[in-house]
Design a protein around this ligand. Structure first.
Ligand SMILES: Cc1cc2nc3c(=O)[nH]c(=O)nc-3n(C[C@H](O)[C@H](O)[C@H](O)COP(=O)(O)OP(=O)(O)OC[C@H]3O[C@@H](n4cnc5c(N)ncnc54)[C@H](O)[C@@H]3O)c2cc1C
Length: 463
């Protein structure tokens, strides 16, 4: 049996004979070695399969030569899960970008993993539907990446994450077996739910080659509300108040004072000087009831400390609000190149305690912390603006942030996943039995540990 690295590349070339379907030059592969975590690794090769069979053949070949495989969508992930450590090959889904079938009668769509989230939304909209997960990166990120990270966005508060909006998958396991999960129906209880298991598994269990997405009808009407507060605590209380009443907003986004200051001018937001926090709230539904719904939400947003709460009446106002929200991540990066971006989650009722605790840690460690995010899910993007000389201090501060989140009954990640960035912390949230079971599940899917090894789990945890 051939065993050298050159033998492997020669065999790989026979699987990918076409131009533009395989990269082996180091410089070419470099561009596929990073993600938005700013980590980078040199890929051994990059392959661009076009079919499930080509994925099967690739994984089988990698088993034969014991070569690691990192699946890659658009590389916009923030926790390093698509970085090809351990001399892995990158399996890019760039060429598997087709919408295979739209089935409005059954409210579903079948797609390949490399299609962008935006392309799915546009195609669904032609039939009066949408797919709820909507990361801010939707114009670039892929459905494969969305599923592998269980990525969501503002709409998750009402419509859920990929786990609630995916009916089934076609995949290839780490052993190179074709696997179908789920059903073509919205109800099914046959065996274990492998669909939900693979969603969120960050490319460590199987490579997704096709997904059946559950579509939701577009709402007839939508109202956007802007609420401004004199303190972060007031805004946090308003979030809990809004979620305690019967109308579920379809977006409930939060920005603290530093976040507002960063994007206020760029998005031409007119806000009073004493604005310390802002909520962007959207409600959707049928035309006849929307006015009543938004008034109800405005009433529950009007807690002590509110400066102003009103409906955005023009398209321009709504556009400016969303522009401001979307500009936050890139603006923060420019401000502090070493920023640490976490996406912790706490029960909505604990948001005031989280914000209070973060303010205390910011003062204690002398690290500015900027907070914004999907408050309706209690999912707050906590950004530590770290200067180069503060890196050690920042690590300690981060551990304290996670400890706070766990004390508040929260979770370390709402939508960005674990990857390489957070793998050393998962023991804070998962007990040893859970970690051990998860690692055994991985062994069943991927006996040689070739799919994204050393992602998600700390390398030093034995089972
Ligand atoms: C400006 C900006 C805004 C963002 N906003 C949000 C947001 O609002 N919400 C949010 O949740 N995230 C957000 N993100 C993070 C990121 O866009 C999402 O995590 C997205 O889902 C990643 O998709 P991708 O195609 O880039 O995947 P990649 O980064 O390429 O990969 C992500 C993971 O998926 C795996 N993977 C990819 N394809 C497959 C496949 N076919 N089979 C198995 N595994 C696969 C990879 O191995 C990796 O583990 C944002 C990122 C940026 C840069």
């Amino acid at each position: 049996m051939p065993t050298t690295a050159n033998d492997f590349l020669t065999a790989l070339k026979t699987l990918y004979p076409k131009d533009q379907s395989l990269l082996t030059e180091q410089a070419d592969c470099w561009a596929y070695g990073y993600d938005n975590s700013r980590r980078q690794a040199q890929a051994r090769a990059v392959v661009f399969p076009c079919s499930q069979q080509q994925v099967v053949d690739t994984v089988k070949l990698c088993n034969q030569y014991r070569v690691n495989i990192t699946a890659r969508g658009a590389g916009t992930g923030t926790t390093g899960a698509s970085v090809p450590i351990h001399n892995a090959i990158v399996l890019s889904t760039e060429k598997m970008d087709k919408i295979i079938n739209i089935d409005p009668d059954n409210r579903l769509m079948v797609v390949e993993p490399g299609v962008s989230n935006q392309a799915v939304q546009l195609a669904a909209a032609e039939h009066g539907f949408f797919w709820p997960p909507d990361p801010t990166s939707s114009s670039i990120c892929t459905i494969g990446g969305n599923l592998a990270y269980n990525s969501a966005g503002p709409r998750a508060v009402k419509y859920g994450t990929p786990r609630e909006n995916t009916l089934g998958l076609s995949c290839v396991t780490g052993a190179g077996e074709s696997l179908k999960t789920g059903a073509y129906t919205t109800k099914s209880v046959v065996g274990y739910d492998l669909t939900r298991l693979i969603i969120g598994s960050e490319g460590t269990l199987a490579i997704i080659t096709q997904a059946t997405l559950k579509l939701t009808p577009l709402a007839e009407a939508k109202h956007t509300i802007q609420a401004i507060y004199s303190s972060v605590e007031s805004a946090a209380k308003a979030v809990a108040n809004i979620m305690a009443q019967s109308i579920t907003p379809c977006a409930l986004e939060f920005m603290d004072a530093t976040a507002i200051a960063l994007v206020k001018d760029k998005a031409q937001l007119e806000l009073p000087d004493n604005a310390q926090a802002l909520l962007m709230i959207e409600v959707d539904g049928e035309q006849f009831g929307i006015e009543k719904m938004s008034q109800e939400v405005i009433r529950s947003a009007s807690v002590a400390g509110v400066i102003d709460v009103q409906l955005a009446t023009t398209k321009q106002q709504i556009k400016q609000l969303w522009q401001a929200r979307k500009a936050l991540s890139p603006s923060l990066r420019k401000m502090a190149p070493k920023k640490i971006n976490e996406d912790v989650v706490v029960p909505v009722s604990e948001i005031p305690a989280l914000i209070h605790g973060l303010q205390r840690l910011s003062t204690e460690y002398q690290i500015p912390i900027v907070n914004f995010g999907h408050a309706g899910n209690g999912n707050i993007h906590v950004n530590l603006l770290v200067q180069a000389e503060q890196l050690e201090n920042a690590k300690e501060c981060l551990s304290q942030v996670f400890a706070l989140v766990i004390r508040l009954n929260g979770s370390l990640s709402g939508e960005h996943g674990i990857g390489l960035e957070k793998r050393d912390y998962i023991g804070l949230e998962l007990d040893s039995v859970a970690i051990s079971l998860m690692k055994k599940i991985k062994q069943q899917f991927d006996p040689l540990n070739l799919l994204n090894p050393d992602k998600v789990f700390p390398v030093n945890i034995e089972t």
